[in-house]
Design a protein around this ligand. Structure first.
Ligand code: S3P
Length: 391
């Protein structure tokens, strides 16, 4: 019911690990076909990652480490997202990479040899940068030590551990020696917590209790549950188990009365980053103010998630008071007096479309989207499921 975890699946795709591919979104499909084309390497290879930032950043690391030449391209939105964040550390390690305007894709990877050892302190708390470097060490059979001061999702470390790589964590350092080959195993991928989050919110806003089975509950992904708790909505965790080195469980929302506003900032942000549009939507129906800060990374996602989110909230209910900051926002909820149809601008961003679909469940207000197909990247059955369960 919830699609498999997009982050884990794309790591498996790059590493050539087997997993259940029966129901997958466009991002995973694009990363799989790019990784396969790279495995059957031919000269003048151009790989198209579509909308997948994870695919592009992870493959750039992996391909750079291999020493081969390759060009990576993406769709219009991906072509506007910063790629210097991975190119710069890789260049510091010895890579030869060219970017359009020193920042964007196409990414031209020229043949190079990475130094035997590299130590890198992450400047942005990003799992994609961390993973890109780990994959480069693996494919170049070199050693990397990454200093991670603010933790981000750890799926790459876990899948490498599961496949018996020489990887360990010492405090805030992750050390991988790529000389040891991995053992290619079948990976049992749980449901995607970030997709499940929309259904949890839908349950909360429509006061339903649909059970979501086999959802990934890796500790670096579930900070949203804490936020829900703070807002006054409880989620119960049943049938907890671990398979393929990843925790999973069934999630059931329990009854909630009124939602309260929250303040979210600092080190909590990376583990919540994909759920922030949804938190903003929940906050529209709370009784008090919500504040999000230290989240400038939202501006570099599939859309500028701060500005687009706030403009859509204004369209949804113009009485809501909003303050926009460079790194976040403040939302003061207000009663919704207007039941006119709202036209949502998605910017081609799946999380924007899903967030406002969920908002409409509470208010009963009709929403129209300029693009409904964008949900195909992560949650192809989303609109059908909403119709089946909530309407
Ligand atoms: C992801 C990491 C996060 C997240 C993205 C998926 C990953 O991005 O927003 O949806 O699979 O590693 P950053 O690493 O850029 O924060």
């Amino acid at each position: 019911m919830v699609p498999i975890d997009k982050s884990i699946a794309q790591r498996c795709a790059v590493l050539g690990l087997d997993f259940d591919k029966s129901i997958i979104g466009e991002d995973i499909k694009n990363t799989l076909s790019a990784a396969k084309a790279f495995a059957d390497y031919k000269r003048d290879l151009v790989l198209n990652l579509g909308n997948s930032g994870t695919g592009m950043r992870l493959l750039t690391g992996f391909i750079t480490g291999s020493g081969k030449e390759c060009t990576l391209i993406g769709d219009e939105s991906l072509s506007k997202r910063p790629m210097d964040r991975i190119a710069e550390p890789l260049k510091g390690w010895g890579a030869d990479i060219e970017l359009r305007e020193h920042k964007f894709s196409p990414i031209k990877i020229n043949p190079s040899n990475l130094q035997e050892q590299f130590i890198y302190e992450l400047k942005i708390p990003s799992a994609q940068i961390k993973s890109s470097l780990l994959l480069a060490a693996l494919s170049s059979k070199t050693k990397i030590e990454i200093i991670e001061n603010i933790p981000s999702r750890d799926h790459t470390e876990r899948v490498l551990e599961e496949c018996e790589a020489d990887i360990r964590r010492e405090g805030n350092r992750i050390i991988l020696d790529g000389k040891k080959d991995i053992v290619k195993k079948y990976i049992d991928i749980p449901g995607d917590f970030s997709s499940a989050a929309y259904l949890l919110a839908a349950n909360i806003l429509s006061k339903k209790t649909n059970r979501l089975e086999n959802v990934g509950v890796n500790k670096t992904r579930v900070a949203f549950l804490e936020v829900l708790d703070q807002m006054g909505a409880m989620v119960m965790i049943h049938n907890h188990s671990v398979k393929s080195n990843e925790a999973r469980a069934d999630l059931v929302t329990s009854h909630n009365d009124e939602l309260q506003g929250v303040t979210i900032d600092g080190d909590r942000i990376p583990n919540l980053i994909d759920e922030i549009p949804l938190i903003a939507v929940l906050s529209m129906f709370a009784k008090s103010k919500t504040i999000v800060r230290d989240a400038k990374e939202l501006r570099y996602k599939e859309s500028d998630r701060i500005s687009l989110l706030l403009s859509n909230i204004r369209r949804f209910n113009p009485d809501i008071e909003i303050k926009e900051f460079d790194d976040g926002f403040e939302i003061e909820p207000a009663e919704d007096k207007n039941m006119e149809i709202v036209k949502i601008k998605t910017g081609g961003d799946h999380r924007m479309a899903m967030s406002f679909m969920v908002a409409s469940l509470r208010s009963g207000k009709k929403v129209e989207f300029d693009d409904m197909e964008c949900v195909e990247t992560s949650f192809p059955s989303f609109f059908d499921l909403i119709e089946k369960w909530y309407q």
